[in-house]
Ligand binder design. Structure first.
Ligand SMILES: Cc1cc2nc3c(=O)[nH]c(=O)nc-3n(C[C@H](O)[C@H](O)[C@H](O)COP(=O)(O)OP(=O)(O)OC[C@H]3O[C@@H](n4cnc5c(N)ncnc54)[C@H](O)[C@@H]3O)c2cc1C
Length: 285
């Protein structure tokens, strides 16, 4: 294998100039926990690696009605940030489930999303949180909803020469009345890729559901929003029966496949169980 050329720019403008000048063979390098593994087994052969670890994309800023999280924030950084832990607990819970401590110290939230695995943990939480991705190239900036950014397994809306710079995550008007969760089931209890994961962000005022946003991971080509389940609970007081009905609706909207790790039918049952668990927790909180 030819060794790729390696750049470590100190400014985002330098990184973007290299990426646009080097063409399709150039890849941004975040923590490398996906990219370097793929290169080692020969699935990816970039001619140029642009290390984006020194260009200032590792900050977390509350802006009043949103939180802006830099793409290079690691899972460990998310877990240690008071704003994330308090106001975006679904994201903190997802970050805590990404591999072991060694992986969490290197793995970035931007890399997790750009890798576009349907099972990516923080991507699932960000879909339920309705994050927007902020993209930058030498031509300027644009932003789009994360649901439009994630297009399928390993495929995103990232254009050649573009970097994912940050996520903007809107805060709910009254986040004290919201219940957020992220739960995943794997082949064992820890350190494992999801068979299914569910993130939920549900706001209840005076006993009535004001918003319910659910995201399902590893049961479709990308993270899915089970819109029928969300609509069933919207504007309703939660009851155990409604939780069960909505969970069944979410399972019906999942598109799981059979593979060596689990059958599609088992994954569908997990979706129902995890959605029901989220809604039952909302009833208690
Ligand atoms: C042992 C092990 C266990 C793991 N367990 C889990 C798990 O439980 N859950 C889970 O979700 N993932 C898991 N992963 C996958 C991986 O750790 C995550 O997807 C991680 O968040 C990727 O981030 P990174 O910074 O390492 O990305 P990198 O490997 O650096 O990059 C991944 C891809 O994204 C691109 N990229 C990175 N940053 C940007 C950017 N800012 N703009 C544009 N493109 C970019 C790269 O070019 C590359 O194509 C595991 C990996 C390993 C090796």
């Amino acid at each position: 294998m030819n060794e790729p050329r390696y750049y470590r720019p100190k400014k985002i403008t330098e990184a973007l100039t290299i990426l646009s000048g080097e063409g399709a063979g150039a890849r941004p390098l975040g923590g490398g926990t996906d990219l370097l593994v793929r290169m080692r087994v020969g699935h990816m052969k970039p001619s140029v690696l642009v290390d984006i670890g020194r260009i200032g994309l590792d900050t977390i800023h509350p802006t009043g009605d949103a939180v802006v999280i830099g793409a290079m924030c690691t899972m460990t950084q998310l877990l240690g940030d008071a704003v994330v832990v308090r106001q975006l607990p679904a994201l903190a819970q997802a970050a805590s489930k990404v591999g072991a401590a060694q992986i969490q110290n290197m793995a970035t939230v931007g890399g997790n999303v750009c890798n576009a695995s349907p099972a990516a943990d923080t991507a699932c939480a960000l879909v339920a949180l309705e994050a927007r991705v902020m993209l930058r190239s030498v031509g300027g900036v644009r932003s789009l909803p994360i649901g439009e950014f994630l297009r399928g397994p390993g495929t995103t809306a990232l254009a050649p020469g573009e970097l994912l710079e940050a996520f903007s995550i809107p805060l709910l008007p009254d986040d004290t009345a919201a219940h957020q969760s992220f739960n995943k089931v794997g082949g064992r209890n820890a350190l494992v890729c999801s068979l299914t994961a569910v993130a939920g962000v549900t706001q209840i005022t005076d006993g009535v559901v004001q918003q319910c946003r659910l995201a399902l991971a590893a049961v479709g080509p990308t993270c899915l929003r089970p819109s029928r389940a969300e609509a069933l609970v919207h504007g309703e007081p939660l009851t155990e029966e409604l939780c069960r009905t909505a969970a069944a609706a979410a399972a019906a909207q999942a598109q799981p496949i059979d593979d060596h790790r689990a059958t599609g039918e088992y994954r569908r049952r997990l979706v129902a169980a995890l959605v029901r668990e989220h809604l039952l927790e909302c009833m208690k909180s």
